[in-house]
Design a protein around this ligand. Structure first.
Ligand SMILES: C[S@@+](CC[C@H](N)C(=O)[O-])C[C@H]1O[C@@H](n2cnc3c(N)ncnc32)[C@H](O)[C@@H]1O
Length: 271
């Protein structure tokens, strides 16, 4: 691994902050070193000073910059993470919508586990209740690597161990031979999701108005002013009384009074 001096640390953390609003504090130095050392080796450079020079002078299309953002973003996710959110969806939200068409957005979708969990929840709900509800599903992230992963729908077996067998056999295909430790979401389900790259710190998004936004385990990486700006922007992308889900350690307290809390880390647009 390479040594990261203060000058290069400042350059990298500042560039990442300006672009993605990800707040890389001094505590994240080790993370930067471990994740970017691979990039430095791949480019056959000999350390962080040369890497920063490369970013400044040899990256006109910002390809390496995007790779750096990919490497520095934390993509950890799980199927049915925070199960109570999916229960709330089924018990308290979906029945309200009758046969309407819902727009649902996973706004920091990472490798796709979240949007596929939402899709499976919708399909199960429709099957069990006979509901005629229809939906459009959107999944975005700043990381192109994460989106590619998500759109492949392929996961290691260990990722789906906690999913009930009945759901697995309905919605996943098992790999064979050299892929026997992998599973794949059915292609017709993958096609039901629109995946696209979106930077939450952009001022405007080219997306439709949503009924439900999952913004889980991402604002934790942002500072307070970024959270305030983002939440007030998302207000405008939600239908009146639309829902906003946050991650388990996230809250709108001190961030926004445009939402009412209706459940554990579940909010509703105030109208
Ligand atoms: C920890 S994952 C959360 C995944 C999923 N929402 C969950 O709760 O399991 C955080 C994701 O936020 C994405 N992210 C970070 N900054 C972002 C930004 N400015 N715009 C869009 N996505 C961002 C990262 O690339 C990463 O995939």
């Amino acid at each position: 691994m390479f040594t990261l001096e203060e000058r290069e640390f400042k350059y990298i953390s500042n560039e990442v902050y300006q672009f993605a609003r990800i707040n890389l504090t001094q505590k994240k130095k080790f993370l930067i070193v471990s994740r970017l050392s691979k990039r430095i080796r791949a480019l056959k450079l000999n350390g962080f000073p040369q890497y920063v020079e490369f970013l400044k002078n040899n990256d006109p299309e910002r390809t390496e910059f995007q790779r750096m953002v990919d490497a520095l973003s934390t993509n950890y996710s799980l199927f049915f993470r925070e199960e109570h959110h999916f229960e709330y969806l089924v018990e308290s939200i979906l029945p309200q919508y009758g046969s309407d068409r819902l727009n649902i957005w996973s706004a920091a979708a990472s490798n796709g586990q979240e949007i596929y969990s939402i899709l499976i929840t919708l399909l199960e709900y429709k099957k069990q209740s006979g509901s005629m509800l229809s939906y459009k599903l959107f999944a975005s992230d700043i990381s192109s690597d994460a989106l590619r992963y998500a759109a492949s729908g392929i996961y290691p077996q260990r990722d789906i161990e906690k999913i009930p067998h009945a759901l697995l056999s309905t919605y996943f295909l098992k790999g064979r031979d050299s892929s026997k430790d992998m599973v794949k979401i059915r292609n017709d389900l993958i096609r039901q999701v629109r995946f696209f790259r979106l930077n939450l710190s952009d001022e405007k998004y080219r997306i439709p108005i949503m009924d439900i936004i999952f913004l889980r385990n991402v604002i934790i990486y942002f500072d307070k002013s970024t959270k305030i700006e983002l939440i007030s922007r998302l207000y405008d992308y939600l239908t009146p009384e639309g829902y906003l889900f946050l991650g388990h350690s996230e809250s709108l307290s001190g961030i926004s009074d445009q939402f009412i809390q209706v459940g554990r880390t579940i909010y509703r647009r105030r109208d």
